[in-house]
Design a protein around this ligand. Structure first.
Ligand SMILES: [Zn+2]
Length: 388
């Protein structure tokens, strides 16, 4: 790893540790748990629960607590699954939720922790029919993939009838985080690639997001530079790069916790929900095309408070992480996807061309409104066709 990237990783680590209770070994998990005699609801990826040293260390760390396990959720978690998690927490009188796994496990745990604080009707809060009146049960996150940064954010994505719903509440930001790079050692390459791409894209989008500020942009810059420099070797199993990606993804999570994401994320949710494209890959398949449009957009389409010149500078900077400029960003991202061995177009990802208009119409309006360029449905459809 280049010395400047190693220095950036150390900087990322210090930034993160200064902001929230955090330990760097699963053995130290008990330090993060509130002292109480109520039980622990352990929300754990079904795969993680049965494989690897992580599960054994986890059970050792929780040996003196009453633990109930919840693993009944899928990669694209549904509100029904989150409600089941909430009911499990209520039934077991859980005083804390511990989530171990990828972004899905952490998102389900967040939704369940908030739902469990509303025992009369957890589904109403999780599905958005009622506003939360109480804080979620405290939660500790143990990410096992370097990617979503969900352990640093105050939102959770669940799907209600195939439609993405982003739950947002300050109390679902995890109260503690275990950042143990050993836990991602057994992550399959395709999962690691998708997770790493999510971190990289989150950093890129956070840089140009309407909602960004200087602080979130500092996080995004550090995250993006580290992620772009280490993702390929991290996916190939290099331990230092895997650790670097873990910090990059955590910092990208911090960045989007404030700035939120933009159009590539807005377009990605339907690709994941309807066509099972892994989240990070779904975002990466369109981000180069959205970026290139940003660099050449008309002044009148710009909704960024910094104006069109600022947006161009952000696009140029994000492209530079990939060793590219704004013109070459589509090719640079395509080449990265091929190097990682994942689909490099919507077509290769199995999306039927006939579905592109419907996918454009399904883009998430909240994330779209945070994109620096005003985009109508026809323009999004054009982006999807270019990415096909
Ligand atoms: Zn994402």
């Amino acid at each position: 790893m280049r010395p400047e990237i190693a220095a950036a990783v150390e900087c990322a680590r210090q930034h993160a540790a200064a902001r929230r209770p955090l330990v760097e070994s699963l053995h130290a998990l008990p330090q993060l748990l509130p002292p109480c005699d109520r039980s622990v609801l352990l929300v754990i990826d079904p795969g993680v629960a049965v494989a690897g040293d992580g599960a054994a260390s986890l059970h050792a760390a929780l040996a003196d607590r009453r633990v109930n396990i919840f693993s009944a959720f899928t990669v694209t978690p549904t509100s029904t699954q989150a409600v089941a998690g909430a009911l499990a927490a209520i039934a077991s009188d859980a005083g804390v939720v511990v989530a171990m796994g990828g972004g899905s496990a952490i998102d389900v745990a967040k939704a369940a922790a908030l739902g469990a604080a509303h025992p009369v009707d957890p589904a109403a809060v999780i599905e958005g029919h009622a506003a939360p009146r109480r804080d979620a049960i405290p939660m500790v996150a143990i990410p096992t993939t370097a990617g979503t940064g969900s352990e640093a954010t105050h939102f959770a994505v669940v799907y209600v009838g195939g439609v993405k719903r982003s739950l947002a509440h300050a109390s679902i930001r995890p109260a503690g985080v275990v950042m143990d790079a050993e836990l991602s050692a057994t992550c399959p390459p395709r999962v690691a690639a998708a997770a790493g791409l999510d971190a990289l894209c989150q950093a890129m989008e956070s840089l140009w997001a309407v909602g960004a500020d200087d602080c979130s942009r500092a996080d995004a810059r550090l995250a993006g530079r580290i992620a772009a420099a280490t993702i390929v070797d991290a996916v190939r199993g290099d331990a230092d790069c895997r650790r670097a990606m873990m910090w990059a993804s955590h910092l990208a999570g911090h960045a989007i916790d404030l700035s939120r994401t933009t159009a590539p994320h807005a377009a990605s949710y339907a690709l994941s929900a309807l066509h099972r494209v892994p989240h990070g890959i779904a975002v990466a398949l369109t981000i180069g095309h959205f970026a290139r449009r940003l660099a050449t957009m008309d002044e009148r389409a710009c909704v960024h408070p910094g104006g069109i010149e600022a947006v161009r500078a952000f696009v140029f900077e994000a492209a530079s992480w990939l060793g590219s400029d704004a013109e070459g960003v589509v090719d640079a991202m395509g080449s990265l996807l091929r190097t990682l061995g994942v689909p490099d177009s919507l077509r290769a990802a199995g999306i039927p061309r006939a579905s592109l208009d419907g996918l454009a119409a399904a883009a998430d309006p909240v994330r779209l409104s945070n994109h620096p360029q005003r985009l109508d449905e026809a323009t999004i459809a054009a982006v999807l066709r270019a990415a096909w």
